[in-house]
Design a protein around this ligand. Structure first.
Ligand SMILES: [Zn+2]
Ligand SMILES: [Zn+2]
Length: 173
């Protein structure tokens, strides 16, 4: 896992899987690679397992009740088994691994995402694992902004809400 206070690639991958609509092997592989996973080849069955896992990750994002959010993350950790260890493989800087290198891509993804969410919750705070505030948008994100006040999944959603608010104010005048 490529660590930072916001859960590194693990939390970012968790958000990407939750937001994924196209669960085809090619798209899933591309997303895994984008989030620094290795040996990312997946078959139909593994894609189905990752889709089911994404559904388990989803409720962690945007959960405002701290006790509930902690329980959700602990339930994920309960299902993942790898022992953490430090590695400097391939000439890289020492970094934390939360998965066994021998494990298959589904297990490595589960370990990495649950570990990433646990890190984000512990080091940055649960409100950093957010869900878009625009009505009708369920996309999730990891808020890595300096002030931690991000409300929307994207600039597009932020703009749509701001334009609507602006219009409503003009109508009110
Ligand atoms: Zn590594
Ligand atoms: Zn949105």
């Amino acid at each position: 896992m490529h660590f930072n206070a916001y859960g590194g690639n693990g939390a970012a991958l968790a958000a990407a899987l939750v937001n994924m609509t196209d669960f085809s092997p090619a798209t899933v592989e591309a997303t895994l690679r984008e989030h620094r996973m290795v040996r990312t080849a997946v078959n139909q069955e593994q894609v189905a397992e990752l889709r089911a896992w994404a559904a388990r990750l989803a409720p962690v994002f945007g959960e405002r009740d701290q006790a509930t959010q902690i329980k959700l993350v602990n339930d994920l950790l309960e299902l993942t088994t790898a022992k953490p260890y430090v590695s400097a493989h391939d000439g890289r800087e020492p970094h934390l691994h939360l998965f066994s290198v021998e494990a298959d891509i589904v297990v490595r993804t589960r370990d990495t995402t649950s570990g990433g969410l646990a890190m984000a919750l512990s080091f940055a705070g649960g409100e950093r694992l957010g869900r878009c505030d625009r009505e009708g948008c369920a996309a999730v994100y990891v808020d890595t902004s300096r002030n931690g006040r991000r409300r929307f999944c994207s600039l597009a959603c932020a703009n749509r809400v701001n334009v609507a608010a602006h219009r409503a104010r003009r109508l009110a005048r």
